[in-house]
Unconditional design. Structure first.
Length: 555
């Protein structure tokens, strides 16, 4: 065996060298954003109809081409937009003298290959500059995962209360056991409104159940309706752009905020990338979403992040897909979701590209629980990283959506969340949440600290809960009857918002008084230094006041 150089021995044991990497493999689509098989930009319009798209005539369109041509591209601006040189258009994205309104006016006239050609001209810093200008909502925010291995309702209620209290605007759960879904949705609903009124929640499960829970008032948004960039992947899922648009309208018509989900690498992972670059196929997904009239997109590779993460420029392509989304005037929940690396340095570097410019939702799933409890397969950051994240906000004067809290405050809000769940379960006739569970959930790190529940008994009761048609109003009554009047008012306030529909606008979130912040009433007005969202005033005072900082009067 050859004698090793000791520095290389040390390097071989570094966490980053446990990650998977591969050289570009164009035939299967393992190329980030520059495949020789990507089409060249072009369009031909006649009689108000797109007859040719990126070198393909209409007779040879696949169903995605047809959808984009008929439902996404605005033929009134297409010739004007396509005539702009790609480098010049890329410069417009970072030029503070070209307003966002002009960019989004033109962007709907671009073809997928043209968008790709523009984004390829930009390095990571330029893409971040574009993101700062193009995100629809002025104020950045964040979303958290709230799950656990045992689907324990008291712990979910406590974790949701803490996550809401820490500043997350949206909370998402899923299940270990499918039949627990209504219980988990109920736990997030109650816990979130305990932590902060106005936080919206979802439970990511099979779509018919997810829609049913939304119509019952147990959830307030959905984002796990997936779209793909090649026909064959769609067909394998028994879906089309038309069926996805129909499903989206079903959610929106019932007052549920709706995003699609996509991400670079999904077509590669499913074996049908057609030799195209990951970013080109993802841009097609973005344009499917735009054509469907959906208000936003969860992308940033999400659950397939290991695929672009393995190839050169792959993480740059992930940022570029986020920029492609806001370029189309859509809300973006910009990934930083499933973990993809053993390296904490690489994890943070990947996150900074959305954290620094700010996005509508910087994470589409910051794990507010320890990653062993994250049923979405873990996240780039979890509850053990809270202090690091808060210090990064403080170091860089960047608003990542969270704020400092004290241990005493968290103990109190976790306890209240668990007790509220105990009260709701009692009033709704669900299996009792014991005082022991409430105490454990108050102080728990994760589900390893929780007693086991009688799972068969839970599942039978949950089935009955759904069969008898229980709704969010039953939750309101239960909370009020047990003396949790403030939480009852908050849940009722959320149900009212589903009737008014104001949060169906692009990039909509709520403040604590259920006032909507969206691209309509909080539009991004960045036009260079001194404009746009600035972390200052009361918000900055709050974010920089971390508990571990020494006060001058204590020295």
């Amino acid at each position: 065996m050859a004698k090793r150089q000791k520095r290389f021995q040390v390097l071989a044991d570094r966490p980053v060298n446990k990650d998977g990497f591969i050289k570009e493999w164009i035939e299967v689509g393992l190329v980030a954003m520059d495949s020789p098989n990507d089409p060249k930009p072009g369009i031909k319009i006649q009689g108000g109809k797109v007859l040719e798209l990126d070198g393909k005539d209409r007779d040879h369109f696949d169903m995605i081409d047809t959808w984009i041509a008929d439902h996404c591209i605005d033929v009134s601006v297409a010739n004007e937009a396509m005539a702009i040189d790609s480098t010049e258009f890329a410069r417009m994205l970072v030029d503070i003298h070209v307003p966002r309104s002009e960019i989004v006016r033109l962007s709907v006239g671009l073809t997928p290959a043209k968008v790709l050609d523009i984004l390829k001209k930009m390095n990571v810093v330029e893409l971040m500059m574009a993101m700062q200008k193009l995100r629809p909502r002025r104020t950045p925010s964040n979303q958290a995962h709230v799950t656990n291995l045992k689907d324990t309702p008291a712990l979910l209620g406590a974790d949701a209360a803490e996550a809401a209290y820490r500043g997350f605007s949206e909370l998402e759960t899923t299940v270990g056991v499918g039949r627990y879904a209504p219980s988990n949705a109920l736990s997030l609903l109650v816990g979130s409104q305990t932590g902060r009124p106005g936080v919206i929640t979802q439970c990511a499960v099979e779509e018919s159940l997810e829609l049913t829970m939304g119509m019952r008032g147990l959830t307030a948004y959905a984002e796990t309706v997936s779209v793909y960039g090649t026909d064959q992947v769609f067909v394998d899922g028994d879906d089309t752009p038309w069926s996805k648009a129909f499903l989206a309208s079903a959610y929106a018509s019932r007052g549920l905020k709706m995003r699609f989900t996509s991400g670079t690498g999904s077509e590669v992972q499913m074996g049908y990338a057609e030799g195209k670059s990951m970013l080109y196929l993802e841009i097609r997904c973005v344009m499917i979403t735009k054509g469907a009239g959906v208000q936003g997109l969860q992308n940033g590779s999400i659950s397939v992040i290991g695929v672009p993460g393995a190839v050169p420029s792959g993480i740059r392509a992930v940022l570029a897909e986020n920029v492609a989304t806001v370029l189309m005037d859509l809300e973006v929940a910009s990934g930083n979701d499933q973990t993809f690396t053993h390296s904490p340095i690489r994890n943070t570097a990947r996150m900074l590209m959305q954290f620094l410019p700010g996005t509508d939702l910087i994470f589409s799933g910051y794990s507010s629980v320890p990653n062993y409890d994250n049923m979405f397969a873990g996240s780039t950051h979890d509850c053990d990283d809270y202090d690091d994240f808060l210090v990064l906000q403080r170091d860089l004067q960047v608003d990542g959506g969270l704020h400092p809290v004290t241990e005493e405050e968290v103990i109190a809000i976790r306890n209240k969340g668990a007790r509220a769940m105990q009260a709701v379960f009692y009033e709704l006739g669900l299996p009792a949440i014991t005082d022991e569970e409430v105490e454990a959930a108050t102080y728990a790190h994760g589900s390893k600290d929780m007693p086991d529940r009688n799972v068969p008994e839970d599942l039978r009761a949950i089935d009955q809960f759904m069969k008898r048609g229980s709704t969010g109003l039953d939750v309101v009554r239960a909370l009020a009857k047990q003396g949790f009047n403030d939480v009852a008012e908050a849940v009722l306030g959320l149900l009212k918002q589903k009737v008014s529909g104001d949060y169906l606008h692009t990039s909509a979130i709520f403040d604590t008084k259920f006032e909507v912040l969206s691209a309509v009433n909080d539009p991004n007005d960045y036009e260079g230094p001194g404009t746009g969202y600035r972390l200052e005033g009361e918000r900055w005072e709050r974010l920089k006041d971390i508990p571990q900082a020494i006060r001058p009067e204590d020295v």
